[in-house]
Write a protein that binds this ligand. Structure first.
Ligand code: SF4
Length: 171
């Protein structure tokens, strides 16, 4: 392992609890080094989408149909196909972290996460309030409540413009 922020790690494979018969695994990389200080730089440099919670020191990333969760001493990656795949992906992400960390003096760290989801009444105020049922729900208030709990998607209301959608959906 070349010199860098992360100098050594161990990989553990786990069968996903929600898919006991699955032919893929979750990989957990136990890091001997703390990557907390690198998280804002990863948030700035990794391709979107990322979501960063600075207070919780957790960074989420989606890339190549895999989900990554970075914590100070752990990286979770899902899915991986087998141990060889897990080690390849692990080496790649550790090299990426070390590369970004080496370049940090020339980078601008990003502490921002997604905008928080608005409350139900705020969402309701943004809806046309026609109660036309075209979204599949009986009222606009029901639609607002379903949006808040992620049980529906804003684009299912056909009356919303792109500008409306941008105000409702966190980036
Ligand atoms: S389609 Fe839009 S306007 Fe009609 S009930 Fe659903 S949220 Fe309200």
């Amino acid at each position: 392992m070349p010199e860098g922020l992360v100098r050594s790690f161990e990989v553990r494979l786990v069968v996903p609890g929600c898919h006991p018969g699955a032919e893929h695994y979750d990989a957990f990389l136990a890091l001997h080094d703390d990557i907390s200080e690198a998280l804002p730089y990863l948030n700035a440099e990794l391709e979107q989408p990322t979501d960063y919670r600075h207070g919780d020191r957790i960074l989420l990333w989606q890339c190549d149909d895999r989900a990554y969760v970075f914590r100070p001493h752990e990286i979770a990656i899902s899915p991986v196909h087998d141990p060889e795949d897990a080690h390849d992906v692990a080496r790649a992400i550790i090299e990426r972290i070390n590369d970004i960390w080496r370049r940090r003096d020339s980078l601008c760290p990003n502490l921002a996460g997604k905008r928080p989801l608005p409350q139900v009444l705020d969402l309701y105020q943004l809806l046309p309030r026609l109660n036309c049922k075209k979204c599949g729900l009986p009222t606009c208030m029901a639609f607002a409540a379903a949006l808040r709990t992620d049980l529906t998607k804003a684009h299912l209301c056909p009356h919303l413009s792109q500008e409306d959608l941008d105000r409702m959906v966190p980036r």
